[in-house]
Each structure stands twice: as C-alpha cells, then as structure tokens.
Design a protein around this ligand. Structure first.
Ligand SMILES: [Zn+2]
Length: 260
C-alpha cells in the first residue's frame, strides 16, 4: 500500500515537472523561439522583429537605435536607476515570483532598481501575459508593455532577456561589429526572415563580441533547412547562443551604459 502510494507520488511529480525539466536544457534563445513559434499576431498588437522586439510602425525597422533619441531610463541623485513596474494580476503567485526574481536580480549586479509603480509615475513597464515573449527596446515614454506569456516565457533568463531589451539593448547578432565574429548565412534563412539579421549601431560599450550573451541567438535561429544561419568566425566550433543566464559582459555592458 505504502509502496504503491510512493509510486503514485513519483508518477505525479514527474508528470507535473516534465515540461520544466525540458526547459532547463534549453538556452534563452531556444526558449524564446519555442514560445514565439507560430504566433498569430492581430492588428492591435505591436509588430515583432527579430523574434521578440516590439515596434509600433514599419518605419521603426530602420530607425536609429534608441539611445540616440534618449531612450535610457533616468538616474536618481543617489546614483540608482529606478524603473517602475506593474505586474498585471493574471499571473499566479508562482509566476509572479519568477518575474520578481528576474526584476530583483538586477540589484545584485548593477544600479538598476525595478520598483513597484506609483500613481505619480509617468513612465513604467506593464508586465503582462500577452501573445508571446516580447519587449520594446528602451524607454518609450508612458506605459510600455513587456509581454511574458504564461505559456513559455516564465523563466529567469527569458525575464532577464526581455528586461534587457526594455533597458535599451539589442540582440548580440545585430551588433555593428558582428561581421568580424559571425558569418550570417542568408541562404539558410527562412524567406521573409532576413530582416532578423540586420546590423545596427548597437551599444557595445567597449565590450567584446560575446557568443555567450543572453542576447545572442543560437546558430539555427530562423533556419529554413536545419542548416546554420550563423557561424562563429574564425572558429566555427565555439559555443554560441547557449546562454542560460546573463554573462559577465552582459552585466558589464549594462553597468557601462548606465554608468553604475
Ligand atoms: Zn530578444
């Protein structure tokens, strides 16, 4: 009897936790791809580029990176950058805890302080479970949504990834100097997805190109034929796009941008 109930408990445990243990083996880039695969966007949702970056108009595809028009969050006199957030109430307590852990992680390695919003705040992040995982790049002014869909986006590293977008960062593979570190193989990219490999004047802050950045996509991202779409150079075998958390250089870049 006792043995039976232990067996039942083990069965129950493995069934409940199977999905999460699979996620543990996936990089941020794979998690985002899995969550955003086959999203059907409606007209009242923002356009997504590079998988998870929100823009409001097509013109923004070619716009300057946000820091040239003042998209950074302001610094307070105590040297910290306070960013108000509101978490909508459609998350469970467990999901909310994952989000808050992601928000608070920035306190341990930077001067970024996410704090609950107040009615007097003019700019704030509204963290919602919309369609997929996505964020705008940088501060937009007023309320701005960071979408963390309950199905697929609630992991520590995906939360960090989307918050880094909101702080002003782009994907590593769009870096201005990327052609010295990766070869983009457009012939393997799904038709219509080529714009995901655009190159922009990114905020590199003197940090080296980082294959282990939480903002680097994996080598098969947007592939149409299971062939790589990006290959590291000169050594094609170095690990790339496998980050499970923010790298040393992700942290350094953040601290340099906000002069922490
Ligand atoms: Zn992203």
């Amino acid at each position: 009897m006792c043995r039976l109930s232990v067996f039942a408990a083990v069965l129950l445990l493995s069934a409940c936790c199977w999905a999460d243990s699979e996620a543990e083996d996936l990089s941020v880039s794979e998690l985002l791809e899995r969550a955003n695969r086959n999203l059907v966007r409606s007209d009242n949702e923002p356009i997504l580029i590079e998988g998870d970056i929100a823009i409001d108009t097509d013109a923004e595809k070619n716009a300057d990176p946000c820091t040239s028009n003042g998209c950074m969050w302001g610094k307070w006199t105590d040297g910290n950058v306070y960013i108000p957030y509101y978490i909508t109430n459609h998350f469970s307590d467990r999901e909310k805890a994952i989000i808050i852990r992601g928000l608070e992680s920035f306190t341990s390695f930077s001067c970024i302080r996410f704090r609950p919003s107040r009615t007097t705040d003019t700019d704030w992040l509204s963290i919602e479970s919309q369609n997929g995982c996505w964020s705008y790049v940088g501060r937009r002014g007023g309320k701005q949504v960071v979408s963390l869909a309950r199905s697929g986006c609630l992991y520590h590293n995906t939360v960090q990834h989307e918050l880094l977008h909101a702080l002003g960062f782009n994907h590593e593979q769009t870096r201005s100097d990327r052609d010295s570190y990766i070869r983009v193989l457009l012939e393997n990219v799904q038709s219509g997805m080529e714009h995901n490999f655009r190159k922009i004047a990114t905020l590199n802050q003197g940090t080296p190109y980082d294959y282990n950045s939480v903002m680097q996509y994996h080598r098969y991202a947007f592939s149409k034929n299971n062939q790589p779409t990006m290959v590291p150079i000169p050594d094609p075998n170095v690990s790339m796009g496998n980050a499970k958390e923010m790298s040393r250089y992700d942290i350094e870049r953040l601290n340099k941008l906000y002069k922490c």
